[in-house]
Design a binder for this molecule. Sequence first.
Ligand SMILES: CC(C)(COP(=O)(O)OP(=O)(O)OC[C@H]1O[C@@H](n2cnc3c(N)ncnc32)[C@H](O)[C@@H]1OP(=O)(O)O)[C@@H](O)C(=O)NCCC(=O)NCCS
Length: 414
Amino acid sequence: MGYSVRAIADSELVDWVSAMHTAFHSSSSADEVARFRVDARQQDVYRTLASFDDQGRVVGTYESFTAQLTLPGVEACLPANAVTSVSVLPTHHRRGLLRRMIGEDLQAAKERGEAASILIAAEYPIYGRFGFGPSTEQVEYRLQTAHAKFLAQASGSVELVSAERMREVAPTVFDAVRRTCPGQIDRHAIRWDVRLGLRPAPWRGEHETLRCAIYTPSSGEAPTGYVLYRVKADWRNHVPGGRAEVEELMALDGDAYLGLWRYCAELDLVSEVTAELRRVYEPLPWLLADARKAVQELSRSDFLWLRPLDTARLLETRRYATADRVVIEVDDPLGLSGGRFALEGGPDGAQCRDTTESADLRLGVSVLGAIALGGNDLGAIAAAGRVEQCTPGATGRVARMFAWPSAPWCSTFF
Ligand SMILES: CC(C)(COP(=O)(O)OP(=O)(O)OC[C@H]1O[C@@H](n2cnc3c(N)ncnc32)[C@H](O)[C@@H]1OP(=O)(O)O)[C@@H](O)C(=O)NCCC(=O)NCCS
C-alpha cells in the first residue's frame, strides 16, 4: 500500500481530528474540535501534517508550532519546534508513518532555524530513536492539611477573584516565572482563555468550579502570585474530607509562594491538597514543621523531551554552572545535529563551534537532549554506558558544567 505524507488542506481538518481521536481513544466530537482549532487556536495547517493511504484517507496525524523555550541562564530563551497531536491509526501503525512525519517535520524545523524540538511523550520508548531525550520531570504532590504546620506566615494577602481578573494577572506572573525557569515555554492567549473557562473548549467535561486567588504583597503593589484550584467535596460519616486540586500555583517570590500554599492548606472542609505538573525540588516541604508526614510524592515521571536540531546554537544560548572548555562529539543517527563541537562556557556566556580537535566526550544526541536544560546527572547516564569518555575526568567536568542549580520544570501540557 502506498502512503503519502503532506500538510493538510483546510477541508481535511475534520478527517485529521477524527483520525487522531480514534488513535487516542477520544470520544470528543471531531467537528467541534476542528471548528475550535480553526476559530480559536487558528491552527496553522502548513504545520499540520497527515499520512494518507492510497485512497486519500487520513491514517496519521502530526502538528508542530513554535514555542519560546527557556534554557539555563537569566532570560536565555530559544524558539523551539513543539510537537503535538502525533498519532497513527491502529490499523496502520508500525509501518514507519511516524518516522516519515517526524523526519519531515524535524528537517523543516531545522531549516526554519529552530535549534531544538520538544514534545511530551505519551509513552517513554517512542522518541529516543528520533534523538529526543527526557529533559524535565514532573511530580504530583499531596499535602495532608492535618499535618501542614507552617513555620512562617506570609506578610501579604490572598484575594479570591473572577476568571476575568485572573486573566489580567496570571499571564504576567507566569511570564516572569517562565522566563527564568529552564524548561518552561510561553503560553499563547488562547491557552489562558481556555484554562480559565473564558472560552469554551469542546473537550471540557463537567468539572468542579475553577477557583481563582491572587496574592498581593503587604506593600500593596501588583500581585506577585496566583493559584487556580478546584475542590472536590467529600463527606464520610459526616466528617468533611474534601480534596483541593491545584491546577497551577505560580509565585514571583518566597512570600507569595508561602502565602498561596498556606491559603490552600487552610481551606475549610479540605483534608488534602494535590498538585500535579510540579517541579522536582519543590520548596513546599521546607515550609513545614513535619514535611515527612505532610507531603507525599504521588507520582514522578519524565515530562518534556528535547531534541537538539542546531547543537552549536543550543549550547551557545544557555549558561553553565562552571566555566570550562570541552570538545563534545555528538552522534545523530538522523544526521541533523551531529558533529564535533568545541564548547567554552560558564555562568556569563558560552561559545560553541564546529571543530576538528579530538573529542573529550562522545554521546548520542538524545543524551545531549536529556542534559541540555540542566536536569539529569550525566554521571549516572555515563554509569549506564551511554557516554564515552575520551579524556580522563571529562564526564565529571561536563556534568558539573551542564548541571543547573534549579531543576528544569515545564508546567505546560501541549
Ligand atoms: C505512537 C505512534 C504515533 C507510533 O506510530 P507508528 O507509525 O506506529 O510508528 P513507526 O511505525 O514510524 O515506528 C517507528 C519506530 O518506533 C517504534 N514505536 C512506535 N511506537 C512505539 C511505541 N508506542 N512503543 C514502542 N516503540 C514504538 C516502532 O517499533 C519503530 O521502531 P523501529 O524503528 O525500531 O522499527 C502510534 O502507535 C500511535 O498513534 N499511538 C497512540 C497515540 C500515541 O501514543 N501518540 C503519541 C503521542 S506523544
